[in-house]
Design a protein around this ligand. Structure first.
Ligand code: FES
Length: 111
């Protein structure tokens, strides 16, 4: 299991959840009621699932594809450690993953 920590845009911890390997970060975020729209549901046609990954965790993730990099160019408040949550899959080796929801995330809760 991976301990996933979601921080708010203001830097305060919002929620910690445990998730199984193989799960997509976007689905974990939705289940944890995080304000990530994920409008295209993971086909890289939007950037509304943009998250800012903790620097140490970012370095452990597989590199983003060119398509993901292109979509991140459209994301507001993108940083060097920005990723699309629909493109991150948890692995058994990941003990924890810490991400921050960017300030421009819509306050839209799924489910
Ligand atoms: Fe649209 Fe991730 S949900 S790019």
């Amino acid at each position: 299991m991976t301990l996933v920590r979601f921080y708010k845009a203001d830097g305060t911890l919002d929620k910690e959840v445990e998730a199984k390997p193989g799960r997509r970060l976007l689905d974990v975020a939705w289940a944890a009621k995080q304000p990530l729209e994920g409008a295209c549901e993971g086909v890289m046609a939007c950037s509304t699932c943009h998250v800012i990954v903790d620097k140490a965790d970012f370095e452990k993730l597989p590199a983003a594809s060119d398509e993901e990099e292109d979509m991140l160019d459209f994301a507001a408040h993108a940083t060097r450690t920005s990723r699309l949550a629909c493109q991150i899959f948890l692995t058994a080796e990941m003990e924890s993953l810490t991400v921050r929801i960017p300030p421009s995330a819509r306050n839209w809760l799924r489910g």
